[in-house]
Design a protein around this ligand. Structure first.
Ligand code: SAH
Length: 357
C-alpha cells in the first residue's frame, strides 16, 4: 500500500459521525460547533462528495476536514431492474461484504427497502436471507448511505418518501446503529429530512428492542407474525421459542402508538402451513386487542425450500375472513420477484461482489 493510500485509509468516514460528535470534534479543533450543521447540510441536502465544494466554510476548515475525514459512498457493484420497475442495488462494503437495497416505484413516490445487517441470525425457515447465517451488523453510516446514495441517483420526477427496514437482517438486533441511522434520516434540519411517519421498522419480534423503539423513536412498526399458534411459529421462526405469540402481541399492545396509527402485522401465507380458515379465525381473535392492519404476503418460493405459495383462491378466502371480522388486510404481492428482490429473497453473497469487481 502506498503511503498516500495508507493515510487515506486512516481517515474516518464522516457519515459515521452524529451531529453532536462532529460538533464536539470541531470545537476540540477550535472551530465553532455550529459549523457542523453547515457540513452536514452539504453532505445530506446537497449531496456533496468533497469538502472543497463547501463554499460557505473557510479554506482552513475545509482543509482540516479533508485531512481527517472522507465522505464515502457505497460501492455500487450491481444493479438489476425488474419487469415491474423495482431496482435491486448491490452495494459493496469496505470489508468486501455485499448488501442489497431495493427501490420500489409506487404510484407517485418511491419506497426504499434497506438492509440492517449482512446476513441474519434469526434463522426463519421461509427466508432466504437467513440461509447464509449472520455475518455482521451494518454500521449507522452503511444504512444511511443506502438512502443517501440512491437519493442522489434519482431525478426530480418522483420523490423518495418512504423507507422500510425490511431488507436483509433483523433491525432490532442491531438496535443502536439502527436508531442512530433513524436520527439522521429524520433530522429535518441537517439530515435527510424524512418524516418518521414514513419510516417503518420490521421485526421478527425481539420484544426488548420493541419497547425501546417505542421509547426512542416515532417510526412505524411492522411485526412479522406469520402464524397463529406457537407450535407453527416455533417451527417457522426460532425467535418464537424465546418470545412466544402471547408475549409478542402483549408487547405490540403496549407499543406507544400515536393517535390513528396502527401496527402493521405481516403474515406470510404458506400453503398448508398457516393458511387455513382456522388460522384466519385465530388471527382475528389474536389481533382484536391491537390497533393493527395486516399485510398478507403470499410466500415467495425459492430453490431449496419446499414451502409453496397458496392458490389465489385460498389467499382471497383468508383475506375475506379478516375483512368479515372488520380487520384491514391487504394482499401484498412482493415486487421484484423476477430479480430476487422480493421479501425475504435478499441474500448476502461474497462471490458476486468479487466477480463484479
Ligand atoms: N427481520 C425483519 C425484517 C426482514 S424480513 C422481519 O422479520 O420482519 C422482511 C419481511 O419479509 C418479513 O415480514 C418476512 O416475514 C418476509 N419474508 C421473508 N421471507 C419471505 C418469503 N420467502 N416470502 C414472503 N415473505 C417473506
Amino acid at each position: 500500500m502506498s503511503r498516500k493510500m495508507a493515510i487515506e485509509s486512516e481517515k474516518k468516514n464522516i457519515i459515521e459521525l452524529s451531529r453532536n460528535q462532529l460538533a464536539s470534534w470541531l470545537s476540540d479543533q477550535g472551530v465553532k460547533c455550529y459549523r457542523a450543521g453547515q457540513v452536514l447540510n452539504w453532505i445530506y441536502l446537497r449531496q456533496a462528495d468533497t469538502f472543497e465544494v463547501m463554499s460557505d466554510l473557510s479554506k482552513d476548515i475545509r482543509n482540516l476536514l479533508s485531512r481527517h475525514f472522507t465522505i464515502q459512498r457505497l460501492k455500487k457493484t450491481g444493479l438489476e431492474i425488474s419487469l415491474d420497475g423495482s431496482r435491486k442495488y448491490l452495494f459493496g462494503l469496505e470489508d468486501g461484504n455485499v448488501v442489497e437495497t431495493v427501490l420500489i416505484p409506487e404510484k407517485n413516490h418511491y419506497t426504499l427497502c434497506i438492509s440492517s445487517q449482512v446476513g441474519c441470525a434469526q434463522g426463519c425457515v421461509f427466508c432466504l436471507s437467513a440461509r447464509g447465517g449472520f455475518i455482521r451488523n451494518l454500521t449507522k453510516g452503511e444504512m444511511v448511505s443506502q438512502v443517501r446514495d440512491i437519493k442522489n441517483d434519482l431525478d426530480r420526477s418522483m420523490p423518495l418518501t418512504n423507507i422500510v427496514f425490511m431488507g436483509m437482517g433483523e433491525p432490532l438486533a442491531n438496535y443502536k446503529n439502527v436508531v442512530s441511522a433513524i436520527e439522521v434520516l429524520t433530522d429535518s434540519e441537517f439530515g435527510l429530512q424524512f418524516s418518521s411517519r414514513r419510516l417503518t421498522i420490521s421485526t421478527s419480534g425481539l420484544i426488548s428492542g420493541l419497547s425501546d423503539l417505542g421509547r426512542d423513536t416515532q417510526v412505524n412498526l411492522a411485526v412479522s407474525l406469520n402464524a397463529t399458534e406457537n407450535k407453527t411459529r416455533d417451527m417457522l421462526m426460532p425467535i418464537n421459542r424465546k418470545y412466544p405469540i402471547e408475549q409478542l402481541l402483549e408487547a405490540c399492545r403496549r407499543y406507544p402508538l400515536k393517535p390513528r396509527l396502527r401496527i402493521t402485522i405481516e403474515y406470510i401465507l404458506i400453503s398448508g402451513i398457516n393458511d387455513t380458515s382456522d388460522d384466519g379465525k385465530r388471527l382475528v381473535k389474536l389481533l382484536r386487542p391491537i390497533q393493527s392492519k395486516i399485510n398478507l404476503i403470499p410466500f415467495n418460493e425459492f430453490e431449496g425450500c419446499d414451502f409453496k405459495r397458496p392458490e389465489e383462491k385460498a389467499i382471497h378466502n383468508f383475506q375475506k375472513i379478516l375483512h368479515d371480522n372488520n380487520l384491514t388486510a391487504v394482499i401484498r404481492y412482493s415486487k421484484g420477484r423476477d430479480i430476487s428482490a422480493a421479501c425475504g429473497q435478499l441474500h448476502a453473497n461474497f462471490k458476486r461482489s468479487a466477480s463484479l469487481g
